[in-house]
Design a binder for this molecule. Structure first.
Ligand SMILES: Nc1ncnc2c1ncn2[C@@H]1O[C@H](COP(=O)(O)OP(=O)(O)O)[C@@H](O)[C@H]1O
Ligand SMILES: [Mg+2]
Length: 309
């Protein structure tokens, strides 16, 4: 079953800000899924629409088979959201913050207390249960929002930039917590991030979003390995019957006199020419095929370093 199904999702803010230009996305139940993209890509807009906080311009969204336009409450009840911005009452202490949300969700007080204790201990906030939220550090505030999103034990947890402004050590412990939640409780998790290593550390599948469109989608490990290579298109004099197996180079036959070859980082074009000529294939010219993924990661890295400056 799909935890999330999005088809043809479009969002235009006002008349001219085309934040989403037609998004199709499926997330399987039990998946750990990353929406990866630079700032302004449209990640928070997608999250806002899934959670019925932002009105879409076109398209449809289903959460565990509940259409958000038709069965809005059922869809919302199955989601726990940790938004990008802090949005709790800063004067309220930690424990009452959780108990009030539990009460709002119709959870019995005894059950709510047990769950609050469990999640606050897990998230290293139990000692702070009587502290007003405004006295917490940035990382603690983020963890309070995570505990609050889990108090009704949703089947789908959505985290919008969960580790922004959190220092590295705590970030790693949060990664462990989310992985455990996904593996042991089977909670489907979707997170947005502009940190490649965050998607790599935790997630199984990823959609890369840029300028309101999905540019790549698939298995995290596969996408990363594809970004670690360059692809060349070669004109050749030979006319190979079969595609030569030249591992670690991956060769594809385009047509009679043209090959496409993936060259992993760390291997030279010279190596490739030698291997091809060993099989009797002579290269007459070559050009670099632009690699969308490579370009995307370059821009992602650049936009991160701009932010740090
Ligand atoms: N409330 C809003 N009104 C107008 N434009 C918005 C609003 N929210 C987001 N946008 C614009 O929509 C685009 C996508 O934003 P957002 O979804 O926040 O991206 P991300 O979360 O990937 O950084 C950006 O160009 C942003 O400026
Ligand atoms: Mg955002």
């Amino acid at each position: 079953m799909n935890a999330l199904s999005i088809t043809g999702l479009v969002k235009t803010y006002g008349d001219s800000v085309h934040a989403l230009k037609g998004i199709d996305l499926d997330v399987l139940e039990g998946d750990f899924f990353a929406l990866l993209g630079p700032n302004g890509a449209g990640k928070s807009t997608i999250i806002g629409i899934i959670c019925s906080l932002v009105n879409k311009s076109a398209g449809s969204v289903q959460v565990f088979g509940h259409d958000i336009d038709v069965e809005t409450e059922a869809a919302k009840a199955s989601i726990g959201l940790v938004p990008q911005e802090f949005n709790f009452n800063v004067f309220e202490p930690v424990l009452p913050t959780l108990l009030n949300v539990a009460g709002y969700n119709g959870i019995n007080r005894q059950v709510a207390l047990k769950r609050a204790e469990y999640y606050l201990k897990k998230l290293d906030l139990w000692e702070k249960r009587r502290t007003p939220a405004r006295q917490l550090s940035g990382g603690m505030k983020r963890r309070l929002m995570i505990a609050r999103a889990l108090i009704h034990e949703p089947r789908l947890l959505i985290l919008d930039e969960p580790t922004a402004g959190v220092d590295l050590e705590i970030r790693r412990s949060m990664w462990d917590f989310f992985s455990e939640l996904n593996k042991q409780h089977g909670t489907t998790i979707i997170l947005t991030t502009h940190y490649l290593e965050e998607a790599e550390a935790m997630c199984r599948n990823v959609a890369i979003i840029d300028g309101g469109k999905i540019v790549e989608q698939g298995d995290v490990a596969q996408l990363l390995s594809r970004s670690m290579q360059e692809t060349f298109v070669l004109d050749t004099r030979a006319n190979p019957e079969q595609v030569p197996q030249l591992s670690p180079f991956v060769v594809r036959l385009l047509d009679q006199n043209r090959l496409e070859v993936d060259v992993p980082k760390g291997h030279t074009l010279n190596d490739m020419f030698h291997r091809l000529s060993d099989t009797g294939i002579e290269v007459t010219s070559l050009r670099n095929k632009t690699n969308r993924l490579e370009e995307f990661f370059m821009r992602l890295v650049n936009s991160q370093s701009e932010k740090l400056q």
